[in-house]
Design a binder for this molecule. Structure first.
Ligand code: ADP
Ligand code: ADP
Length: 223
């Protein structure tokens, strides 16, 4: 699982504002693609459409053959801000989504501990987010999403809030996590270097509403 078929996808915001248009891409199970391009070219829009947070005005997204019609647990989304609950420990943050899905408390906490270990935070399960570094907080954010076993991981500038050194360390951590879980990955980043480091293919987008043309894919480069 984790096969994405993005077909003629477009998002029109009314008037002549097209955030992006004509995006056609196929992502194989387990493959990692990175989407790069200047600000405003439609990267986040593409990610939000795949996440199901917005509805396309053209085209469609198929995940494992089924059309995406809204958000779903088969797609885990990680943003730049970690979105952790400050009043919950690392373990409880990771367990939260499992609890929401009806997993019993004890089992949810057990799985949460497992996923904390997966991202190298086994020693920090009882810590509260504000006591952790940014990199560690984002690891919690990633563990929380992975605990729900999504078939696709969608990341929008996941390392964007981190200083350069932590960012570099977290790139290695993401490579390691990917090796362990093998989930299909769509990563939006403004860093070409990060894209080349983390992805199997880099999707370059260009244009965007501020240029008066829809954002579009201008190249797909295997790396
Ligand atoms: P990126 O992530 O590449 O910076 P976005 O996907 O955020 O680009 O935005 C693509 C274009 O669509 C931008 O020019 C932006 O101004 C426009 N846009 C994004 N969201 C909206 C919206 N809700 N209404 C109108 N225009 C939008
Ligand atoms: P990261 O790359 O996850 O941001 P840092 O570079 O901030 O990690 O920290 C490197 C290591 O220092 C961590 O893996 C952790 O073992 C330790 N560390 C960082 N913050 C704390 C903390 N608040 N308490 C204990 N150990 C910490």
């Amino acid at each position: 699982t984790g096969h994405l078929a993005i077909d003629g996808l477009g998002k029109h915001y009314g008037g002549d504002t097209f955030a992006m248009r004509d995006v056609t891409l196929e992502v194989s199970p387990g493959e990692a693609i990175a989407v790069v391009g200047a600000s405003g070219c439609g990267k986040s829009t593409l990610l939000r459409l795949v996440a199901g947070f917005e509805t396309p005005t053209e085209g469609r997204v198929l995940l494992d053959g089924r059309p995406v019609t809204g958000p779903g647990p088969d797609r885990g989304v990680v943003f730049q801000d970690y979105g952790l609950f400050p009043w919950l420990s690392v373990r409880e943050n990771i367990a939260y989504g499992l609890r929401e899905r009806g997993v019993h408390r004890r089992e949810a906490l057990r799985q949460a501990t497992e996923h904390a270990e997966l991202v190298g935070l086994g020693r920090f399960v009882d810590a509260y987010p504000h006591t952790l570094s940014g990199g560690m907080q984002q690891r919690v954010g990633i563990a929380r999403v992975l605990a729900l076993h999504p078939s696709v991981l969608l990341m929008d500038e996941p390392l964007g809030a981190l200083d350069a050194l932590t960012r570099r360390q977290m790139q290695d951590e993401l490579v390691a996590i990917r090796r362990r879980v093998g989930t299909t990955l769509v990563l939006v980043t403004h860093s070409i270097e990060e894209a080349v480091y983390l992805a199997d293919r880099v999707v370059v987008m260009a244009g965007g509403a501020s240029h008066g043309v829809p954002g579009q894919v201008s190249a797909v480069v295997p790396v």
